[in-house]
Design a protein around this ligand. Structure first.
Ligand SMILES: Cc1cc2nc3c(=O)[nH]c(=O)nc-3n(C[C@H](O)[C@H](O)[C@H](O)COP(=O)(O)OP(=O)(O)OC[C@H]3O[C@@H](n4cnc5c(N)ncnc54)[C@H](O)[C@@H]3O)c2cc1C
Length: 323
């Protein structure tokens, strides 16, 4: 098998996901460094119409088959293995997202190649490929070397710039016929997130509240600060679990990944599962009564103090500054 690079182009409800372009950008750099072609695989009945948008790839392999729409990992992996063989791919990049999670591990078994999960960085090292993998929610980063450049890689969403993978070029397109077994699990329906709520992934300023906010009434203090600063309120899991804010505001492993310019963490301890979702913020300011709270290990600025005293104080200062 030659060492071409293949990415699984991910789509949701007819649109290509950001992770697709993240992988295309990074895959392009790696392919250039290794002197091999970069290919993309598009699976599903809406695939053909999206192929032209994958210009960063040299060629797009399209499997136009309705059984692959929102298919379970096993079905997707079987079709991807067929594309992998056709493309003579040695390295396959797959998004570590809710949509594609699970495909990599199955494909690794089918292709008998090593699987590297939670990849945050990729580089060529001679003919080898070195991948930086994130463990324990980002507390540990480890380098994994694929000496022959072959393996299956799950790419951590948000690790790379999506814009780097966008191109006006027109890729070559090749149709692949794959016989797909009827999936044992079928997709029933897509449940829309609660409407009318803010998208915390699009905010420049996030005021994040944790268990230290103490009761539901105090969330209003954070709401006022967010409105004053022109941002939105988000939260750690205990706040969501208690029903003080909707699930769409949860940041972390089982919530959203956010990268605002300012992340103000109020009464949040900084558990790995929370850190995972906000570590990419440009400026993290933490307020916590406990000077040993883990959040201070990674925050850019730390304030040891009571968030309930700090919030109204800051709100008043910002209002006064704004006149
Ligand atoms: C599989 C799995 C997935 C998970 N997913 C997520 C996730 O997506 N997001 C998430 O957030 N968590 C997640 N968790 C939970 C996570 O492990 C932590 O339990 C959670 O992040 C803790 O939230 P917290 O920091 O608000 O609460 P705590 O850990 O209880 O911390 C509260 C902090 O507030 C401080 N404090 C108390 N009073 C004040 C005050 N008046 N002023 C200032 N500081 C004060 C305390 O010193 C403490 O540091 C997950 C866990 C598991 C096992």
């Amino acid at each position: 098998m030659a060492n071409t690079i293949l990415i699984l182009a991910e789509q949701l409800r007819g649109s290509l996901s950001d992770i697709t372009f993240e992988m295309l950008g990074e895959g392009r750099k790696l392919a250039n460094a290794l002197g091999v072609p970069l290919y993309a695989a598009l699976l599903g009945s809406e695939a053909a119409s999206l192929a032209a948008k994958l210009g960063a790839a040299d060629k797009v392999f399209v499997v136009d088959n309705a059984s692959l729409n929102m298919a379970p990992a096993n079905t997707t992996a079987a079709a991807l293995k067929a594309v992998m063989d056709q493309a003579q791919a040695g390295l396959v990049l797959i998004g570590g997202t809710n949509v594609s999670m699970g495909v990599g591990a199955v494909l690794s078994a089918k292709a008998n190649l090593p699987f590297v999960n939670y990849c945050r960085a990729i580089r060529a090292d001679g003919g080898a490929v070195v991948l930086t993998s994130q463990l324990f929610g980002g507390k540990i980063l480890t380098d994994v070397k694929l000496t022959d450049g072959k393996g299956i890689v799950s790419v951590y969403p948000g690790a790379f710039q999506a814009d780097a993978g966008k191109s006006d070029k027109t890729p070559a397109i090749e149709k692949v016929e794959v016989s797909v077994e009827a999936p044992k699990v079928t997709f029933k329906k897509y449940i829309e997130p609660e409407t009318g709520d803010v998208d915390i992934t699009k905010q420049n300023v996030l005021i994040a509240v944790g268990r230290g906010i103490q009761d539901k009434g105090n969330v209003e203090l954070a709401e006022e600060l967010a409105a004053t600063l022109g941002g939105a309120v988000c939260a750690s899991r205990p706040v969501i679990d208690q029903g003080w804010l909707p699930l769409s505001r949860q940041v972390g492993k089982s919530g959203m990944t956010v990268k605002p310019r300012l992340y103000l963490a109020l009464g949040i301890s900084g558990a790995p599962e929370h850190w995972e979702g906000m570590q990419g913020s440009q400026c993290i300011v933490a307020v916590n009564t406990d000077p040993k709270a883990p959040i201070f290990d990674g925050a850019h600025y730390g304030i040891v103090g009571d968030a309930l005293e700090f919030i109204p104080l800051l709100t008043d200062k910002v209002k006064a500054r704004k006149g």
